[in-house]
Design a binder for this molecule. Structure first.
Ligand SMILES: [Zn+2]
Length: 254
C-alpha cells in the first residue's frame, strides 16, 4: 500500500492486519512448545517431591522410634549400673536382698536386650528408605538440571516472539496515527466486541469478518460509496471496506 495515496480506511485495514498479527504472536507466545515442555518437567518435579515427602515421612517416623528406643536403653543401662553398684557395696546384706538385686539386674539386662533387638529391627526397616531417598535425590538433581535447561529454552523462544511483537507494535503505533480518532474509537469498540476483528474487507461479495455473502445490491451500493465513506456489514456489524486493498487475498480472520 502506498502510504501517501492511502485513505483512512486503507490505514484502518492496515491497522487491523497489524492487530491480527499481534494477536497471532501473543497466541504463539502462549502456546510455545517450550512452555509445554517446561510445564511437563515441572509436573515431574512436583510428582517427585511428593514421593520424596512420603518416603521421608516414613523414614522420620522410624528415626523418631529409634531415638525413643535409645532413650529407653540409656535409662535401663543407668538403672542397671546403679543396682550393680548397690549390689557390690552390699556384701553381708541379707541373702534375700542380694537375690532381689540380682534378679533386678537380670531383668534389666533382658529388657535392654529386647529393646536393642527392636532398635536393630527399626534400623533394618530404615535402610531401604534411606536408599530410596538417595535415589530420589539423584533423580531430583537430573530433573532440576532439565528444568533449568527448559527454562532457558523458553526464555530464548519468548525473546524471539517478543522481538517480532515489538516490531509489529511499533508499526501499529505508527499506523494508529493515520486513522482519524472517531473511526479509531469505533474500530476499537468493535474489535473488543467481535473477537479481535473490527474492520473487514469486502472480498468478492463476502465480508471477510463474518464470511457471509452480502446481497448483490448491497455489494454494489458499498462499492459505489464515495471514497472514505464508512460502510458496515449488515450481518456482523463490522466496518466493511471495499477498496483496492480489498482485492488482496483475505487473511484468516482468527
Ligand atoms: Zn460481516
Amino acid at each position: 500500500m502506498s502510504d501517501t495515496a492511502a485513505g483512512p480506511l486503507e490505514h484502518l485495514l492496515a491497522l487491523q492486519d497489524l492487530d491480527t498479527a499481534v494477536a497471532q504472536l501473543e497466541r504463539r507466545k502462549a502456546t510455545l512448545s517450550e512452555r509445554a515442555r517446561l510445564t511437563e518437567a515441572e509436573a515431574r518435579r512436583a510428582a517427585l517431591a511428593a514421593r520424596e515427602a512420603k518416603v521421608e515421612e516414613a523414614r522420620a517416623a522410624l528415626a523418631a522410634r529409634q531415638e525413643d528406643l535409645e532413650r529407653q536403653i540409656a535409662t535401663l543401662t543407668a538403672r542397671r549400673a546403679a543396682v550393680e553398684q548397690r549390689l557390690y557395696g552390699a556384701r553381708g546384706s541379707a541373702a534375700r536382698d542380694l537375690q532381689a538385686m540380682d534378679d533386678e539386674v537380670r531383668h534389666l539386662t533382658a529388657r535392654r536386650a529386647e529393646l536393642e533387638e527392636d532398635e536393630l529391627g527399626v534400623m533394618v526397616e530404615m535402610e531401604p528408605l534411606e536408599e530410596e531417598l538417595a535415589a530420589l535425590a539423584d533423580e531430583r538433581a537430573g530433573i532440576d538440571a532439565d528444568l533449568a535447561a527448559r527454562r532457558d529454552e523458553l526464555v530464548t523462544a519468548e525473546a524471539v516472539v517478543d522481538e517480532e511483537l515489538g516490531g509489529v507494535l511499533a508499526a501499529r503505533a505508527e499506523e494508529l496515527g493515520s486513522v482519524p480518532g472517531d473511526l479509531r474509537d469505533r474500530y476499537e469498540t468493535l474489535r473488543a466486541r467481535m473477537g479481535g476483528v473490527g474492520a473487514a474487507r469486502l472480498v468478492g461479495n463476502r465480508c471477510s469478518g463474518c464470511h457471509l455473502e452480502l446481497p448483490a445490491r448491497e455489494v454494489d451500493r458499498i462499492r459505489r460509496l464515495p471514497e472514505g465513506t464508512v460502510a458496515t456489514c449488515d450481518q456482523c456489524g463490522r466496518i466493511l471496506v471495499a477498496s483496492s486493498a480489498s482485492d488482496a487475498p483475505p487473511r484468516p480472520s482468527r
